[in-house]
Design a protein around this ligand. Structure first.
Ligand code: SAH
Ligand code: SF4
Length: 393
């Protein structure tokens, strides 16, 4: 499989105003952005900070979206808000629930585009995997999303909105009278591991994660948020400084020759350059360790020699190696490594002093596992195109 697609950052402009009625959606505005918007709509400057906090609490802590229900605001002020603003989140088009409890949401966002988010429940908590782009500009040869062209970047509101959609669906908002810590939270962790390359949509991802981490916002600790990148080196230090969440990197190979094929961004920033940036991350972000994601592809990157090279390469970096058995998708050019091969690889890494968990595939029956995401409309479009081609149209 060749990997020759352009490695570029598409800067796409997304309207903040909703086209239907010109009102501004408050979801995804930073604190400063919200404050400015409130002042522009007629809120006295002296009150703007307090109103910002009150609105954030209603929207992100209580899950309330109807201004009329925001009872600590004066009636006239609620009317002013309703005239100027909306509180909108993506709409659920469909929800699939896997035999193992994993939930995959197909979500519609402005412009009729679709993205997927996946909730993976654990004992008394759960991880939500969110998307940052519709499609992806990169073309990692083992990733289903990579076969879908980039349509557009998600706005900050569409990114944090995925968390709100899942909390709605799981009934994960505090009930009236309940404090925020009364019940265990079902969406307790976030991973930016859905569709798209988060570091090619830096500002929107940053603003969304700031809301997710803020004590008056969604209120998740930065240690419960993991951003996964394929290796956009210039943005790694910025991630540490401006977001400060946990970092995962899609490493997947131990030689540039193989990584060029699997993760083509490697041609731009190779293994040595990537490792230099990663070495600095824990200090800059004050986080303990980096997760190295390593997809196990039969006879491609799964030998004992690979395992030994891997531990040598990362020596000195506080790290955990997450081994991901390859998840198949229609037309994929790879196979999953055999189980005993994955275990032998994990053993070498473990004996070298690194935690080496093997990620149990979740939600495979609904195509919700890592690298299987691709929106249904795009699937439909591709298959119609294929049908047309086969019919000689
Ligand atoms: N674009 C980002 C985040 C999304 S992908 C990135 O590449 O890091 C999330 C993880 O799933 C990445 O480590 C990715 O390499 C991995 N992945 C992609 N396709 C996969 C597949 N078919 N099987 C297993 N893991 C896959
Ligand atoms: Fe994009 Fe990540 Fe898939 Fe690569 S693995 S194509 S960067 S979503």
């Amino acid at each position: 499989m060749t990997a020759s697609a352009p490695i570029t950052q598409d800067l796409l402009t997304i309207p903040r105003k909703l086209p239907e009625d010109g009102r501004t959606n408050l979801v995804g505005l930073t604190r400063d952005g919200l404050r400015d918007a409130l002042i522009a709509a007629g809120t006295p400057e002296k009150q703007a900070k307090m109103r910002t906090t009150q609105l954030w609490q209603w929207i992100y802590q209580k899950g309330v979206r109807d201004f009329a229900a925001m009872t600590n605001l004066a009636k006239e002020y609620r009317a002013l808000l309703a005239e100027n603003f909306t509180v909108e989140i993506p709409e659920i088009v469909s929800r699939d629930v896997s035999a193992d409890g994993t939930r995959k949401y197909l979500l519609r966002i402005a412009g009729g585009h679709e993205v997927e988010a996946v909730y993976i429940p654990e004992e008394d908590r759960g991880t939500l995997c969110v998307s940052s782009q519709v499609g992806c500009t990169l073309t990692c040869s083992f990733c289903h999303t990579g076969t879908q062209r980039l349509v557009r970047n998600l706005t900050a509101g569409e990114i944090v909105g995925q968390v709100m959609v899942a909390r709605d669906d799981l009934d994960d908002w505090p009930k009236p009278g309940e404090g925020s810590g009364t019940r265990p939270r079902l969406v307790s962790n976030l991973v930016l591991m859905g569709m798209g390359e988060p570091l090619y949509n830096f500002e929107n991802v940053r603003d969304a994660m700031k809301i997710a981490m803020d004590g008056e916002g969604i209120s998740l600790s930065r240690r419960r948020i993991t951003l996964s990148t394929s290796g956009v080196v210039p943005e790694i230090a910025r991630t540490a400084e401006e977001i400060g969440c946990m970092l995962a990197v899609s490493f997947h190979a131990t030689t540039d020759e193989v990584r060029d094929r699997l993760v083509p961004i490697n041609k731009r920033w190779n293994i040595a350059t990537l490792l230099d940036a990663l070495r600095e991350y824990p200090r800059l972000s004050n986080s303990e360790r980096i997760t190295f994601e390593y997809v196990m592809l039969k006879d491609v990157n799964d030998s004992d020699a690979d395992a030994r090279r891997l531990v040598k390469l990362i020596s000195g970096i506080p790290a955990k190696i997450n081994l991901i058995p390859f998840n198949e998708w229609p037309g994929a050019p790879y196979e999953r490594s055999d189980w005993d091969r994955i275990e032998a690889f994990a053993d070498i890494v473990y004996k070298a002093g690194y935690a080496s968990p093997i990620r149990t595939p979740r939600g495979e029956d609904i195509m919700a596992a890592c690298g299987q995401l691709k929106s249904a409309t795009e699937r439909a479009r591709k298959s119609r195109a294929q049908i047309a081609a086969e019919a000689g149209l």
